[in-house]
Design a protein around this ligand. Structure first.
Ligand code: ZN
Length: 271
């Protein structure tokens, strides 16, 4: 599934191809995504220029002259800029037809994505307005995490994966961040000191920044040559490494389910 680093890499890859471009029309071959594409979307965006391409959580936001086009890649979506004459393949559900004979093509095999226009500011949209801060921006800090965790008995891993607390900390990144911060994933969020939350916030930033940096160097474009979204072959310390030695202490990495998600940790290092 595309996570925050993949979406950010996608945004950076697309940005130079899209800024200032005119949207001539929208071609929808399949509108039944997780949220159906509203029928008036084409009329809303046609004739407008793309002024900026931003990201909020895992949503891509195309700032237009009037309003904002929101796009979510869902479980399996990917985007490419192609000559508009390129024949669509299976699962190529939408083309944003641009000037100069090009299109932005949205492929979404599992159809968990979304595409819709909203009035500005997009941050007021129901899917965005309750999102927590961006982990790579200054509003996210140990002090913030410590404040939000007061009285919370949820496991810290579940807490940091809650997008109303902070966006973009998916399962892999939660496991890796907690190992770096030496915090047990099942520890109650409200029982973690301010100092340890400082360490955790820094670990989350580092893990995500590393993934974005690797994406920027390992992907020639915003999709790999086989047309699949680029999932980063990141060097993982604990995720998917049950029964293997902990890279810090050599102890055995354990696996258990916490909040319905696979959790990997070292019971020696993390407490
Ligand atoms: Zn260890």
């Amino acid at each position: 599934m595309p996570e925050l680093p993949e979406v950010e890499t996608c945004r950076r890859g697309l940005e130079p191809h899209l800024l200032g471009r005119l949207i001539e029309r929208l071609e929808v071959r399949e509108s039944r995504l997780r949220w159906p594409i509203p029928v008036d979307t084409g009329a809303r965006v046609a004739g407008q220029r793309i002024l900026a391409l931003r990201r909020r959580g895992k949503y891509l936001l195309f700032d237009l002259e009037q309003g904002v086009l929101m796009l979510h890649l869902g479980m399996s979506g990917s985007l490419r800029v192609l000559p508009a004459t390129t024949a669509p393949a299976a699962h190529d559900h939408v083309d944003l037809c641009l000037d100069a004979g090009q299109c932005l093509r949205f492929r979404d095999p599992r159809r968990f994505g979304m595409l819709q226009w909203t009035a500005a500011p997009a941050e007021a949209h129901p899917l965005l307005r309750d999102l927590g801060p961006e982990p790579l921006e200054p509003a996210f800090s140990g002090a913030y995490l410590h404040h939000r965790a007061q009285g919370r008995r949820a496991p810290i891993k579940t807490f940091i994966m809650d997008s109303q607390v902070v966006v973009g900390v998916g399962n892999i990144y939660a496991n890796e961040s907690l190992h770096r911060a030496r915090i047990h994933p099942n520890r109650a969020a409200g029982r973690i000191s301010h100092v340890r939350m400082d360490v955790l916030a820094a670990a989350i930033r580092q893990v995500l920044a590393d993934a974005i940096a690797q994406g920027g160097t390992s992907l020639r474009d915003f999709v790999q040559e086989d047309g699949q979204p680029g999932y980063f072959a990141q060097s993982l310390r604990v995720y998917g490494r049950a029964e293997q030695p902990c890279p810090s202490c050599g102890g055995r990495i354990r696996q258990r389910r916490i909040g319905q998600r696979s959790s990997f940790y070292c019971a020696t290092c993390q407490h």
